[in-house]
Design a protein around this ligand. Structure first.
Ligand code: COA
Length: 149
């Protein structure tokens, strides 16, 4: 049995997966997000043995659509293509939900790619408002999930 683990990682360790999945064919600089190295940003890596196959990050960013003080933003969620549709995304996001919940966070929000909306809905997240375009990336929906409410 291969060992699967989820660890807190440095933002630089997200770049190989961000590049392969979220910024395909784009320069490596596009893998850097504003606030990556902020003290209240946390990056998570899903590993099979010593190989990182999935990532997601949580930023302390408020969205004015929500009148909630303790809110965080999920960004850069990705599973390497060859490992998709095998339950790893669910495993990683549920672990992040557990951490969010145990840290008294009230809301997690994110801009979901249209193609991933059903994945998030299956995990209890809700769409808010109409779709919108993020240049060079595509159609997105604002989504959220409440905790500790
Ligand atoms: C979206 C993503 C993170 C999901 O991770 P994953 O490991 O492939 O998903 P899982 O295998 O854990 O799927 C969990 C459930 O969601 C469903 N699901 C997964 N991706 C889906 C999708 N794109 N559309 C619809 N349903 C999806 C699965 O069928 C599964 O359903 P089940 O529990 O009824 O069997 C991953 O496919 C990915 O990295 N995609 C490309 C990048 C991307 O879109 N990232 C999100 C940016 S907002």
């Amino acid at each position: 049995m291969n060992k699967i683990s989820i660890k807190k990682i440095n933002y630089l360790d997200t770049f190989p997966v961000r590049s392969a999945v979220l910024r395909q064919g784009k320069p490596i600089e596009t893998c850097s997000f504003l606030g990556d190295d902020a003290v209240d940003t946390t990056h998570f890596g899903l590993y099979i043995e010593n190989n990182i196959i999935g990532i997601a990050s949580v930023f302390k960013t408020n969205n004015k659509n929500f009148d909630i003080k303790n809110q965080f933003q999920l960004r850069g969620m990705a599973i390497l293509e060859e490992y998709q549709s095998a339950g790893f995304g669910k495993l990683l996001l549920e672990e992040i939900f557990n951490i969010i919940e145990s840290n008294q966070v009230e809301l997690l929000w994110f801009n979901a790619r249209e193609t991933a909306v059903s994945f998030y809905e299956k995990l209890g997240c809700i769409k808010k408002g109409a779709s919108f375009e993020i240049p060079e990336i595509g159609t997105h929906f604002l989504m959220y999930k409440y905790f500790n409410m």
